[in-house]
Design a protein around this ligand. Sequence first.
Ligand SMILES: Cc1cc2nc3c(=O)[nH]c(=O)nc-3n(C[C@H](O)[C@H](O)[C@H](O)COP(=O)(O)O)c2cc1C
Length: 271
Amino acid sequence: MSESSLDFLFDRRSILHFKDEEIPQDVLNKVLVAAQRASAPGGTLTGGYRGAQPISIIVVKDKARRAQLNEMLCEGRKVSIQEAPVSLIFCVDTHRLNRWAAVEGGESHFSGMGVLWVSLRAVYTAAQNSVIAAEAMGLGSQYIQEIVWQPHTALDFFELPKQVMPVTMLILGYPSERPPLAPTLPLEAIVHEETYHDPSDDDLIAYYADKEVYFQNWVKNLPVDSKLRKHIEKKGVETLAQFVSQVTYTESFYRWRDDMIKINLAVSELE
Ligand SMILES: Cc1cc2nc3c(=O)[nH]c(=O)nc-3n(C[C@H](O)[C@H](O)[C@H](O)COP(=O)(O)O)c2cc1C
């Protein structure tokens, strides 16, 4: 592959709005094969056997079910799941693994944090392979994390057996928008040659400068009477770091997330 043929990847951006156009089954199959072929932990036999692939992908295409999913998950952004012709729900699946072990005279002991850790890695490599394959074929995608915050509803909606837990979700379709590229940290911020290099305070500020500019523009364009702008002003928030830590990803928000993760594990009986 030539360097320029990677441009599609370097130019990738999340897509929230889609054309009213189906994804042909052969194109969708390639997105799914990319997930199937992803690196997967656990290949201990010589040559590797792609581990036990403790993942399942639920494909939702039905229009009414997509609308339901939208309602269920994305109150703030009502249209996206509905607009995208396909949703893929990537799940940790140790249910199949345990059943297989039992059927083949093995031991169904696949549960707990170690197995979960391995399975999560398999889910994310598969999901990101799908993102890349989709992008390469002119499709757009967006991760929707909200699937994790509705464990009981997801269990019913997808008729999940125990030990199958949704981890993330992708919506896919032909883009009807081209949003600006999201700013990224510079390479020197995330790449360390040989050993870890702790940045100076000035370096840190420089690393986040592009994101800061993005944030300041975003705040500037918030409507004067918007609730969020008033909240930001009331809190005295002036920088992105303050916004991220004091408005969006607050300590109490993370405590709530901790609880939700525990509920997910309990509901799926994966602890
Ligand atoms: C695991 C994962 C979960 C994500 N979940 C959400 C989400 O729930 N909602 C959302 O708007 N974006 C979500 N994103 C997308 C990021 O917001 C997006 O990738 C990031 O802002 C960079 O933008 P880009 O994808 O356009 O480069 C998620 C991304 C990842 C990798």
